[in-house]
Write a protein that binds this ligand. Structure first.
Ligand code: ASP
Length: 325
């Protein structure tokens, strides 16, 4: 039987009460979902027990470290996680676990394990099953789909179909059979675990009328190392009244890395409009098709991994796990 390590981090799946809060669910897991041990030989490791709005770089480091250290002992890994920030954590692990040759499958639920009509049982069994398959990627397994972790977004808090990966077909569909799709990426490098993230990264969400002064004040934080800019369209920002591009160029000048993504869920092209060219001229880095959910952990990882700005830029421009395609 295949061996799977299940990392528990928290989330609705294991919560109880009103309001919902984390419970010691892990003790009852195999009792409540007796199908799990029939699918794989599962060990459980508790990383933390949090609502995922409290999960961030320290927990990403702990998850990645555990998988790095136990990598050779298991055929695959399942991470039970709250849905709210699951896409960020899945992306973070895609970067920290480069050259992954085994599945790392995130899952969770919209209703707790103990609730009537819960989606937790199915998601958990599906995730464990996927963790025994040949899927060398970090994925999110939810409502019968396996999605690429670094391209996923949570787009519904009420429906059981909580996640989507816009522009990327599911890596697998789970119906009567598990259908693996041909675009699953084989590893292109040897496996390395680099569980590091620089937490001093901010996000600027561009809106009409945004005051450059307000942004400039935020970017003056002496601890700040990086900024993800969620720009309009193909990567445009105001350059006339309330011009934002000079404020971002100033930040680059002071050594802050500025990574530009788009709010619309497509790709950034900083060469198309004059209102993007100023960003390019100011040294901002185009983020390709990354969503904020992937851009934030990738920038945090790049800053922790490379001291040299040119190496960081090259890494951010490189497609590591399918996040830029
Ligand atoms: N607030 C919960 C969490 O992210 C939501 C969920 O798990 O679905 O931990």
């Amino acid at each position: 039987m295949k061996r799977v390590l299940l990392l528990h981090t928290g989330g609705t799946l294991g919560m109880v009460g009103t309001p919902l809060e984390p419970d010691a669910f892990q003790d009852r897991l195999l009792e409540v979902v007796p199908e799990v041990p029939k699918v794989a030989d599962v060990d459980i490791h508790i990383v933390c027990n949090l609502d995922s709005s409290d999960v961030g770089p320290p927990e990403w480091t702990a998850m990645a470290k555990t998988i790095g250290e136990r990598h050779d002992d298991y055929d695959g890994f399942v991470v039970v996680h709250g849905t709210d920030t699951m896409a960020y954590s899945a992306a973070a692990l895609s970067f920290a676990l480069e050259g992954l040759g085994k599945p790392v499958v995130f899952t969770g639920a919209q209703r707790p394990l103990g609730a009537i009509r819960t989606d937790a049982r199915r998601n958990l069994v599906d995730a464990v099953e996927v963790a025994t398959c040949s899927v060398p990627e970090v994925g999110i397994c939810f409502d019968g789909l396996l999605l690429r972790g670094c391209r996923s977004v949570k787009n519904d808090a009420r429906s059981y179909r909580a996640f989507a990966s816009p522009g990327v077909e599911p890596l697998a569909t789970l119906g009567t059979d598990v259908n693996l799709r041909a675009h699953i990426r084989p590893p292109t490098t040897a496996f390395t675990c680099i569980p590091k993230f620089e937490p001093h990264v901010d996000v600027v969400y561009v809106t009409p009328g945004l005051r450059p002064k307000t942004v400039a004040r935020r970017l003056e934080d002496p601890e700040l190392r990086g900024v993800v800019v969620a720009a309009f369209g193909m990567g445009t920002v105001p350059t006339q009244r309330r011009a934002l591009a000079p404020v971002l160029a100033d930040a680059v000048e002071r050594g802050v890395d500025v990574l530009v993504v788009t709010q619309w869920g497509g790709t950034v092209d900083l060469t198309l409009y004059k209102n993007s060219l100023e960003l390019r001229a100011g040294g901002c880095i185009p983020g390709g098709t990354m969503h904020v959910e992937a851009a934030v952990p990738k920038l945090m990882h790049a800053l922790a991994r490379y001291a040299d700005p040119a190496e960081r830029r090259a890494y951010l421009l490189r497609d590591v796990a399918g996040e830029r395609q």
